[in-house]
Ligand binder design. Sequence first.
Ligand code: FAD
Ligand code: NAD
Length: 474
Amino acid sequence: MKSYDVVVIGAGPGGYVAAIRCAQLGLTTACVESWANDKGEPTLGGTCLNVGCIPSKALLDSSHQYQQIKQEANVHGITVSGVSIDVNRMIARKDTIVHILTQGIAGLFRKHKIDWLQGHGRLLSDNQIEISPVTAAHGEMTTVSAKHIILATGSVPMQIPAARIDNKLIVDSSGALAFNEVPRTLGIIGAGAIGLELGSVWNRLGAKVIILEALEEFLVPVDRQIAAQAHKTLQKQGLDIHLGTRVTGTGTNNRQVIITFDHSGDKQQIIVDKLIVAAGRQPNTAGLGAQEYGLQLDNRGFIEVDANCRTNLPNVYAIGDVVRGPMLAHKASEEGVAVAEGIAGHTGHVNYEVIPWVIYTWPEIAWVGRTEQELKERAHPYKSSAFPFMASGRARAMGETTGMIKILGDEKTDRILGVHMFGPNASELIAEAVLAMAFDASTEDIARTIHAHPTLSEALHEAALGIDKRALHI
Ligand code: FAD
Ligand code: NAD
């Protein structure tokens, strides 16, 4: 039986990053992965690369470009005629990007001499793993042993009884990344990150998008001021968002989906061409042998871990979507790095207080740290200042004046408590706030830092200046 210092189960952004870091630190490493693409080829990268972050951003970018050409070119004095889309080429471009990136991970594995064990991993004990091939064509059942095991089995879309996925008319997020034509009408269950991002893609490409969200509030985890701006803007763009609307049932007539929902006690129905179920994701421990070997799960099915991602089994760790905390690729990767460093005898650490969040609508929504409502609930004394992109020279030059940046600082110490953005390139702008918070910076630190002119980042500078009422351009 082959034995390793570390065997990682799952090659998403948690698992493959953990494997690379282990190998960098001189540990003999293997990574078990069962994913096969739609051609049946084994592939690395997990949800993020195959059906998550990357393909969704590829389509968000294509659809954004289409919309810019159609709606904004004219404003710049550019006359464009005969603009049309070829959905199949757009999807093929997305598939090529996924292929290049997943191949890239295979290349990194070769470079770092990480064994890619193709198949489904099952714990036989706290140091043995059985690997069954994805299909008979992919080899035989094998068993390997490891001094340390890292479980990085990720998550899968939440199934809800009210809308069973049929992969034709009712799809999950993976199906919604592969439509071969623009649906005339598209229903979406859930106004979370997936519902808003995929809703934006198909809305920009011409679908009439109706989003049904059970909660009364829009984007609960987001700062209320930012959420309100985003809600208004997205509605204006054509996303028909219905809050307080719980989907209770669906039926199909071979061509369309009939959705039944409850709104303020009223039972109502709508008919759409396609329905995306984006009702959340759940931890994936299927076939892992978790229960048989006493691996502790919490009441929602997440693998229980301590602050250092240790499970209750000795030398077995778990990271990423399959454990508590936000379901984000960068959180999974950071946990992977920290666990690898811990195994190698270093001190790995994840700063859970400063994990950035981004929702890739346009404008983008991004934040880090506490929201204003959280600070109020905790009765934490704070100072707040916001700067609108309308007053930013660069945003004006770009024609991107919607949104703002808001900064929250501790009333006594001035330490930054949170930064919230709705605006162009917020996904990139948030990095400055994350770095500042990671260094425990004050709002004064940002206020005294020179920001290049004209850039969008000046909006954060101005927001920080505004904490002491010395913003210069408002
Ligand atoms: P995963 O990426 O789910 O990988 C787990 C891997 O384990 C899979 O490859 C699976 O095949 C494998 N596996 C599971 N069980 C076994 C087993 N027993 N044996 C062998 N292999 C096994 N996050 C962001 O941060 N930014 C985004 O923009 C973003 N966009 C997203 C868009 C969509 C449409 C979706 C669905 C998700 C998005 N996410 C985004 C979330 C992100 O994809 C996840 O947080 C991330 O992939 C979690 O990484 P992971 O390594 O924990 O798990
Ligand atoms: P989510 O939990 O954010 O949103 C799901 C929504 O569906 C909830 O608001 C819930 O109230 C609603 N819902 C559930 N059942 C319903 C019903 N019967 N009727 C109406 N509404 C219902 O989950 P998601 O958007 O599916 O995303 C899953 C995970 O993937 C998230 O945790 C997120 O972190 C991650 N993700 C991140 C990004 C990003 O970072 N940009 C992008 C996509 C996904």
